[in-house]
Design a protein around this ligand. Structure first.
Ligand code: SF4
Length: 156
């Protein structure tokens, strides 16, 4: 990374937010090789305390990594942008909706009146006969399924 790449950015920096963006862009531009914190401070005319705070902020946001490194005989940090995982590479896990299967609230005609916030409200999950029956039935089904699975395991 050369000073000339950043000399123009020094002139256009107007706010702290702009500065953070510019510094992050600079770290991103340096790619996997990264950039030394000392070098970055010099290029953006930051003293070491401000520079440290600024990159610390980026590190807290998990945007960069900061590793101790020797540069021109002095200890500083090597700053590298964190790699982002493409959405396509993120493992898609199926969503299990079995626990709310048949829940009465989904199609309840009183849903708009139902609330847990007001204890004086006569329509609430705490006082609802429909949901109580659904929970009891679901629990009984769960117990039956668990018992039959245990029986199957014993037979096999
Ligand atoms: S708790 Fe009862 S009244 Fe409230 S939305 Fe669910 S089914 Fe309807």
């Amino acid at each position: 990374m050369s000073s000339s790449e950043f000399s123009s950015s020094k002139l256009s920096i107007r706010s702290k937010s702009d500065l953070i963006d510019k510094v992050f862009d600079a770290i991103t531009t340096s790619g996997e090789e990264g950039v030394f914190q000392t070098e970055l401070c010099k290029l953006f005319s930051l003293d070491s305390r401000d520079g440290s705070r600024l990159v610390g902020n980026l590190e807290k946001q998990s945007l960069i990594t900061r590793e101790k490194a020797l540069y021109n005989g002095r200890w500083t940090y090597k700053l590298v942008v964190k790699k982002t995982i493409p959405v396509a590479d993120i493992e898609q896990k199926p969503i299990d909706l079995s626990s709310i299967d048949g829940a009465p609230c989904i199609c309840c005609t009183f849903q708009h009146l139902c609330s847990i916030d007001d204890e004086s409200n006569s329509i609430s999950p705490a006082k609802c006969q429909i949901i109580e029956e659904w929970v009891t039935t679901s629990f009984n089904k769960f117990v039956l399924i668990s018992q039959s699975e245990q029986c199957g395991e014993l037979i096999n």
